[in-house]
Design a protein around this ligand. Structure first.
Ligand code: MSP
Length: 518
């Protein structure tokens, strides 16, 4: 196993005003696949996720539901957000809630530190505010509509909802002072913001000039109190971004913090600015290291628009997993959409890919190969020289997939592995082991073919474990693989070994689903 290097990866922490949809689940799954991959490299991988519970949006939702924001958050976290992780099989190491004392203490300590260092001052602000984004907006971020319920009003481009005019005396963070340091950061570390489309947008945005940021609110009290002026609470984004360090021992456990920070942040492209501009500026002000990478992924679109609950296009993750299972969910969204670009979801596409790739491509291959070893060799894997052609493909795709993961190109990693699925299916078709089995004189060749095929299927189990962990765990047991799959070094997937005997796969890894769902 490699050297135990640390790899911390985060998802955004989710607003608890509503229940999760597949857009949220998409970020979770991508982060989980990357964390599992790095863990399987032998690294000390750490996946953090959680919930963003302060601010006006949550307060208003709670009031509208005749409850307190804390009760509302407690109930949503337990009934919806934590169960989401089970639904899509996320193996997170931490779940951060911004109402936890460890976080609230950290926020207070951080803002005080910036205040003491002269990065914060009191001032007045008037501007357009989108409560759904929890963000002051520039005119560029708004559109005016002439039709419908909101005719004549200015709408947030992301939520298509009217913005509000807010005027307040607030505390401000001198973010403008970090314009040049940020531009220097983007220039010296071209991989800091990925992919390049998001990077370009961020660089353009900062080049236009940075304003200071209003970081407190005094018109409501649902948040962390500003320590030197308790009539204010900390602005929800300033509070939320800090989860990435407050959960990792900042200011309380230096050793842990050194091990876990800096992290890779996976975020939707709509919140890349918070993570690639405001957040590194905050960290620089505190004299802390900036994140390792901010990766802004694309949106899941339904009918050409960003899928969202507020626009009633939301699909709950369990609508998919109840029919297809969590492995299929994970595989589908990460293989069908180039990570970093937008992608459209449709039930037809999911159904078609499930059958073509998982049921027929991978699942059927595994079932056939194990069934033949059982039939022709009583389950004992023949010890024979493997065919070099397949051995070479195993070696190549193992290296290619790992390289793609390093570049966050999850879809490319899966596509590389699928070259082996396709090569093995073709190999079986061409070699016709069932025909070899009928001829005693071809016994040696049959041994070679099935030794090659079993080994190929085992390599697939190792490489696909981060993506479809339930199926691969079953396959690994059937293959007589040694230890648990999570401990098999993924960078040496082509060198796995088994106990030498296999059992059949029944039922198949991915059973056919007869009825199209919708
Ligand atoms: N609470 C903030 C994040 C704070 S992080 C310090 C937030 N929460 S959110 O619940 O609104 O969104 C969380 C994530 O879900 C964002 O990364 C957003 O891009 C993502 N998605 C929401 N809808 C989506 C799609 N339709 N498609 C893909 N991702 C989507 O923002």
């Amino acid at each position: 196993m490699p050297d135990g290097a640390s790899f911390t990866i985060s998802t955004p922490i989710f607003y608890v005003n509503d229940v999760p949809h597949i857009g949220h689940a998409y970020t979770e799954v991508a982060a989980d696949v990357l964390a599992r991959w790095h863990r399987q490299r032998g690294e000390d991988a750490w996946l953090m996720t959680g919930t963003d519970e302060h601010g006006q949006k949550i307060l208003r939702t709670a009031v509208a539901n005749n409850t307190t924001p804390k009760q509302w958050a407690d109930q949503l976290v337990e009934s919806a957000w934590k169960p989401l992780l089970q639904t899509i099989d996320i193996r997170n190491d931490d779940f951060v809630r911004t109402t936890e004392p460890r976080h609230e203490h950290g926020v207070a300590a951080f803002i005080q530190k910036l205040y003491d260092a002269g990065h914060i001052y009191s001032g007045e602000y008037e501007g357009y505010y989108c409560v759904a984004c929890e963000e002051y907006k520039q005119l560029d971020d708004l559109l005016e509509t002439e039709v419908g319920d909101y005719a004549g009003q200015l709408l947030c481009k992301i939520h298509s909802r009217p913005v509000e005019v807010l005027k307040e005396t607030n505390y401000f963070f001198r973010m403008s002072a970090f314009e040049q340091p940020l531009l220097d950061l983007y220039a010296s570390r071209p991989d800091f913001v990925q992919p390049s489309s998001v990077r370009n947008e961020i660089v353009q945005f900062v080049k236009q000039g940075l304003e200071d940021l209003s970081i407190s609110r005094s018109t409501f009290d649902w948040g962390v109190q500003v320590p030197w002026d308790t009539s204010h609470v900390v602005y929800v984004w300033f509070d939320a971004l800090l989860n990435y360090i407050t959960a990792n021992g900042w200011n309380v456990d230096d050793e842990r913090f050194a091990q876990r920070w800096p992290a890779v942040h996976l975020v939707g492209k709509d919140i890349a600015r918070f993570h690639a501009v405001i957040w590194p500026a905050m960290l620089m002000a505190a004299g802390l290291e900036v994140p390792r990478t901010v990766f802004g992924h694309g949106w899941l679109l339904v009918g050409g628009e960003k899928m969202s609950k507020s626009k009633l296009t939301g699909i709950a993750p369990n609508q998919i997993t109840d029919v297809f299972g969590s492995d299929a969910f994970r595989f589908y969204f990460l293989s069908a959409i180039a990570f970093g670009q937008d992608g459209s979801f449709s039930w037809e596409d999911l159904h078609a890919r499930y059958h073509a790739e998982l049921a027929n491509g991978f699942g059927n291959l595994a079932s056939r190969v194990l069934a033949m070893v059982n039939r022709y060799f009583d389950g004992r894997v023949p010890e024979a020289q493997r065919d070099e052609k397949i051995v070479a493909i195993e070696r190549r795709v193992t290296a290619e997939a790992d390289d793609a993961i390093e570049r966050f190109a999850i879809h490319e990693a899966i596509a590389s592995v699928w070259q082996l699925v396709d090569a093995l299916n073709l190999y079986i078709t061409e070699q016709e082991p069932w025909a070899l089995a009928k001829d005693e004189g071809k016994r040696e060749r049959l041994e070679q073919v099935l030794a090659t095929a079993v080994h190929g299927v085992g390599t697939l189990a190792v490489l696909l474990n981060p993506v479809v962990p339930k199926a691969t765990a079953r396959l690994w047991t059937a293959l007589g693989g040694q230890g648990t799959l999570d401990d098999v070094d993924i960078t040496l997937a082509d060198e796995w070994t088994g106990a030498g005997s296999v059992t059949p796969l029944d039922p198949p890894l991915f059973p056919r689903i007869e009825e199209p769902t919708v």
